[in-house]
Write a protein that binds this ligand. Structure first.
Ligand code: GLY
Length: 273
C-alpha cells in the first residue's frame, strides 16, 4: 500500500473553515505536531509513504484526500469545490505518478468544466464507490465519477446530505472495515444510511456514534488497525465496544484538535492506495 501525505504550510491558520476559531485560534506548532504524529502512525502500517512538501500559497494543502480519487489503476484529479484550493492538485498529481499501480490519470475539469468534487465526499469501500453531493461536490462532479469508474465498481450518488449542514460526506461517515461503516447518529446520518441501504441492501453493517467528529476514523491494514479521534469519550466507548470481539484489531487514539479547527478529519490528511 502507498500513502500520500503533505506537510502543513506556515499559512495553515488561513485555511478555509466553517469553525469559529476567534476565541481559540489554531496553534500552528501544535497542529504540526499532531500532523507529524498522524504521519508517524501511518508509516508504521503503510510500506511506501510519499511525502509532498507544503505549498505556502495553499493553506489547506495538507488535506490531500480532497484532491484525487483512485480506483484500481485509474486516478482522477478533482476540480475542488472551494476555488481557493483548486491549485493544490498539481503537487499531488506528481506524487501519483510515483505510484506504480496507477496507469492512467485524468482531470475532472477536462471531462466536464462544470464539475466540482472534493475527495472528502467520496468513500471507496473496495466494493462500492459512494459519492455524497454537498456544497463542494455537485451533480456534474458525481457524474464524472460515474463515467470514469462505473466499469470498475458500482458508483452510487447520495443526495440527502445536501439538505444538511455538513461540509463533507465523510464528516459523518467512514469505513471501519470492508463491511462495516461508522455513521453519526443524527438526522443527516439516518438519511444517508437509508440512502446507502437503498443501493447496497444489507451489504454494510452501520455502527452509529453519538458525535460527528469521531465518525471519521482511519482504517488501515484492511480494518486491522483503526485510528480514531481522542477526547470524544462517548463515541470512543461505541468504537471500542464494536471492536472488542474482533480478534487482532488494534486501535490508536490521536488528538487532532488543531486540524479539527480547520474542518479537517482523520481521513482528510492522506490518500491511501
Ligand atoms: N479546510 C478544509 C476545507 O475546507 O476543505
Amino acid at each position: 500500500m502507498y500513502a500520500i501525505v503533505r506537510d502543513l504550510p506556515s499559512s495553515f491558520a488561513n485555511c478555509v473553515t466553517s469553525v469559529d476559531n476567534n476565541n481559540d485560534p489554531i496553534n500552528i506548532d501544535l497542529a504540526r505536531k499532531q500532523h507529524e504524529d498522524y504521519v508517524d502512525v501511518i508509516k508504521q502500517h503503510v510500506k511506501h509513504v510519499i511525502h509532498v512538501p507544503a505549498d505556502e500559497a495553499h493553506p489547506d494543502c495538507c488535506f490531500v484526500e480532497d484532491t484525487a480519487i483512485i480506483v484500481g489503476d485509474r486516478a482522477i484529479i478533482n476540480h475542488l469545490g472551494a476555488e481557493s484550493r483548486r491549485k493544490e492538485v498539481s503537487g499531488i498529481e506528481n506524487a501519483l505518478k510515483e505510484v506504480p499501480v496507477i496507469k492512467s490519470i485524468v482531470h475532472m475539469h477536462e471531462i466536464d468544466p462544470k464539475a466540482t468534487l472534493d475527495g472528502g465526499d467520496v468513500l471507496y469501500t473496495g466494493k462500492h464507490l459512494l459519492v455524497g453531493l454537498s456544497h463542494r461536490t455537485n451533480q456534474s462532479g458525481a457524474d464524472v465519477l460515474v463515467k470514469t469508474f462505473s466499469d470498475k465498481c458500482p458508483v452510487h450518488v447520495i443526495k440527502s446530505l445536501l439538505t444538511h449542514d455538513s461540509l463533507h460526506f465523510k464528516c459523518i461517515l467512514s469505513m471501519l472495515n470492508d463491511n462495516t461503516l461508522l455513521i453519526t447518529d443524527h438526522e443527516a446520518g439516518q438519511q444517508v444510511m437509508d440512502e446507502i441501504k437503498s443501493f447496497t441492501g444489507d451489504h454494510y453493517t452501520f455502527i452509529k456514534v453519538p458525535e460527528q467528529v469521531p465518525s471519521n476514523i482511519l482504517s488501515l491494514d484492511g480494518g486491522k488497525f483503526i485510528i480514531y479521534q481522542k477526547d470524544f469519550s462517548e463515541s470512543e466507548k461505541v468504537i471500542i465496544e464494536e471492536l472488542k470481539n474482533k480478534r487482532g484489531v488494534q486501535v490508536k487514539a490521536l488528538c487532532m484538535s488543531e486540524l479539527i479547527k480547520a474542518d479537517g478529519a482523520l481521513t482528510c490528511c492522506s490518500i491511501l492506495i
